[in-house]
Design a protein around this ligand. Structure first.
Ligand code: AAL
Length: 398
């Protein structure tokens, strides 16, 4: 542009384009606008250099996690709602020949009274009281046929004469082992400690022969606990001095790893944590690991071989509820994913649970229970299998 003193003139033209005074004002305005935009840009740019606490600890979106799954529920035939019969706490599922097998807690006849103290001999205090362990078979996992009793209550005076329930299956050395929770008479209050019993058979259809002694008991309570005191009262005992529940045995590193839930006497509201007891033989003796408890959370026990270690799911209890955790040594667990809507007391079909391959794969389906006036079983499907998962997108981060 040329200037004639008063105006700027476009090249190749003799006509004034804009007065120099207006041009100077425009330039000033543009500079001011530029400055303002820079200032706003800086304010807007701030989050790039400073992050909220939540974003500071953000590592991977759930949907990008190898353990990401949604649980999808489907009704099943044969174990669905039935007036007068309660079914709950299904075992892991196994496949023998062309059939899947599942075992579960079954009650029938009278409804639980919910009268938890001093329940009389014939009155059912709660949903797993005066119960038996039954089993069912299926060819496709959707249509089940209830086959009948597997393990019943013990004779009067036995450790399992009041109730047998919440069981799990193990296949080892060519035989079948059912471990289960048991309660005995007298029955002064529902929350008295349970023990874990075991029965074995040559066929999944039985007959089942019980071991005469429990394979796991609660740790001794605090020595100053008073006789007759409620279990949640009194001085704090060991982490599993009130309850040992939800047994599940995995074959791992050539041994039998019994993962279980423990609850502490003297604590209310109760907490629950998971631990392990290990044996050289399926029947035991099961020795509680000195690192117990292995989690600070979790209620019903989910534990399965995964890669070279063990994965577990902490369901609805504790500060790390609704998480999947992994330990490459089966003992020192880290949170690796968070999940929602975990199937209540679910049992899974884990093909390699007893194979001790050192390269566990996971599972894609199982059965869980629906709490109702009479509990019933439902199927869930999920993507917790490394090779079959539909939603696992990126490699596991350990
Ligand atoms: C379940 C399990 C055990 C408890 C009771 C029946 O959630 O933890 O089985 O004893 O509740």
């Amino acid at each position: 542009l040329r200037s004639n003193g008063n105006s700027w003139i476009l090249p190749g033209s003799s006509l004034p384009f804009v007065s120099t005074r207006i041009a100077a004002r425009l330039r000033g305005a543009l500079l001011l606008l530029g400055g303002l935009m820079l200032a706003i840009g800086n304010v807007k740019g701030e989050p790039e250099t400073k992050r909220s606490s939540a974003m500071e600890r953000f590592e991977v979106d759930d949907s990008q996690n190898e353990f990401y799954t949604l649980f999808r529920y489907t009704p099943v035939e044969g174990l669905a709602y039935e007036e007068g019969v309660g079914r709950r706490d299904p075992s892991n599922i196994i496949k023998v020949g062309e059939f899947y097998y599942v075992w579960y807690t079954r009650i029938s006849g009278s409804k639980p009274t919910q009268k938890w103290r001093d329940a009389p001999e014939t009155s059912r205090a709660y949903r797993w009281d005066l119960a038996e362990i039954w089993y069912a078979k299926s060819q496709d996992g959707f249509v089940w046929e209830e086959k009948g009793l597997a393990v019943g209550r013990g004779v009067r005076g036995a450790f399992d004469d009041r109730s047998v329930f919440t069981c799990n299956i193990l296949i080892a050395e060519g035989r079948y082992y059912l471990c289960y929770q048991a309660q005995c008479f007298p029955f002064p209050e529902s929350d008295q400690p349970n023990v874990i019993g075991m029965a074995r058979a040559d066929s999944p259809d039985g007959p089942w022969e019980k071991l005469s002694e429990p394979i796991l008991r609660p740790s001794p309570p605090h020595p100053e606990r008073k006789a007759g005191e409620k279990w949640h009262d009194g001085p704090l005992g060991a982490w599993d001095s009130w309850k040992v529940h939800d047994p599940g045995i995995t074959v791992y590193k050539g041994k039998y790893w019994l993962y279980y839930k423990g609850q502490q006497s003297g604590r209310w509201p109760f907490d629950s944590k998971l631990g392990v007891a290990i044996a050289d033989k399926p029947e035991g003796p099961y020795i509680k690991h000195p690192l117990n408890p292995l989690t600070n959370s979790g209620h019903e026990v989910w534990a399965w071989p995964y890669r070279e270690g063990i994965a577990l799911m902490c369901d609805w209890a504790g500060p790390e509820k609704n998480t999947i955790q992994y330990a490459s040594d089966g003992l020192n667990f880290e949170v690796v994913a968070s999940v929602e809507d975990i199937p209540p007391a679910g049992g899974s079909y884990i093909e390699d649970k007893f194979w001790d391959t050192g390269d566990g794969k996971g599972f894609t389906w199982g059965l869980a229970y629906v709490r109702d006036d009479w509990d019933w079983l439902v199927r869930y499907d999920c993507d917790l299998h490394r090779e079959k998962a539909k939603t696992a997108l990126v490699p596991y981060r350990y």
